[in-house]
Design a protein around this ligand. Structure first.
Ligand code: ASP
Length: 348
């Protein structure tokens, strides 16, 4: 979709604002409060325009105004729609989303799964509020806009830009609660001396409706029992992300519950992920609760994704498959997702 207007010298970047620390302020008691941020958002945009090369045009669109710890599937839907709507204008060269860092990794994944347009989407935020004497938001926003305006960023999908780091969305996680270098990216295994590979990033065959599809993340620490799994099933979950240990192994009582569930409810898709920050979750170990034994039961592995992004991917696949008119039996949908999971290139 390269037009004379989008390819060149006078890029037009649309900034979708959603609140977060980048426009937050500090109360007299010292609490950082995001939301209700119109004046801070205006000041941020004025400051940006004052330093931006004049050939780059920016306009802003307020989508949400809140702390991202309040976001969930409904907000992901809203943002996917907003970005698609912005990009429906061929005169737009790229999009920047300003967002709280707490749940940025889920939103980035939701956007990237739908983003089959070559134009860049850069998502940024801040660790320090707008009224902090060393606020990091202004530099992050400038970096994100410059990146979104640069043709070199085309075809890379959604990019996370914070603390001078530029990361592809898939595999990204918040890895520090306060440091301005807030995010790191796990990726498929690669030789240590190489840069992380540019990801294969297949997009969805349709539009997911996250708010309609319940997928839960269940922490499975040592000694965990089946209570949380049962509660999640009772609440109507279509999928479970089971966060285990090591390369994706579950404690014995959870493993027993999972084996039972695999027999009783073939319509529920289960994925095992890991609490370990780096590397891939793969079906490596045998024995009760081992990843290989779980795989024999049809449990998928999250690969280089960690629980938050695996949840977004599974919810997206379930939602899109549910909408396919041809075969709407829930068990058939689940079987198709188990078959298609490797297409998302989660393992090396
Ligand atoms: N709690 C904030 C949020 O996610 C943190 C941040 O923006 O950095 O909105």
């Amino acid at each position: 979709m390269t037009t004379a207007e989008t390819s060149t010298d006078t890029p037009h970047i649309v900034i979708c604002t959603t609140g977060g620390t980048i426009t937050a302020s500090t109360t007299p008691e010292g609490a950082v409060v995001a939301g209700d941020s119109d004046p801070a958002t205006q000041a941020m945009l004025d400051e940006l325009r004052a330093v931006l090369p004049e050939q780059i045009r920016v306009s802003a669109r307020a989508v949400i105004d809140a702390d991202s710890s309040t976001f969930g599937p409904a907000e992901w839907d809203l943002l996917v729609d907003a970005v698609a709507d912005v990009l429906s204008d061929p005169g737009v060269s790229g999009v920047v989303v300003t967002h709280g860092t707490d749940t940025l990794e889920e939103t980035a994944m939701a956007l990237d799964l739908h983003h089959d347009d070559p134009r860049p989407v850069a998502i940024t935020g801040a660790q320090r509020p707008a009224d902090h004497p060393e606020a990091d938001g202004p530099a992050n926003l400038l970096d994100a806009v410059l990146l979104a305006a640069d043709p070199v960023s085309r075809d890379l999908g959604v990019l996370v830009v914070l603390g001078r780091a530029i990361l592809q969305a898939r595999g990204v996680r918040k890895w520090h609660t306060t440091d301005p270098v807030a995010f790191a990216r796990n990726s498929p295994e690669h030789p240590v001396e190489d840069l992380p590979p540019e990801l294969e990033r297949p997009t969805l065959p349709g539009r997911a409706r996250f708010a309609d599809t319940r997928v839960d993340v269940i922490a499975c620490p040592p000694g965990a029992d089946a209570v949380a799994v049962r509660a999640s099933v009772d609440a109507g979950s279509r999928g479970l992300i089971l966060e285990g240990s090591g390369s994706g192994n579950l404690p014995p009582l959870v493993a027993d519950a999972v084996a039972q569930l695999a027999d009783d409810r073939p319509d529920i898709v289960m994925v095992v992920s890991s609490r370990v920050p780096r590397g891939e979750a793969t079906p490596a170990y045998g024995g009760r609760g081992g990843g290989a034994e779980l795989a024999n039961r049809g449990v998928l592995s999250s690969g280089y994704l960690r629980s938050g992004q695996a949840r977004v991917l599974l919810a997206a696949l379930l939602s899109v498959a549910d909408q396919a008119p041809a075969d709407d039996a829930a068990a058939a949908v689940a079987t198709e997702i188990r078959r298609s999971w490797p297409k998302y290139h989660l393992y090396s």
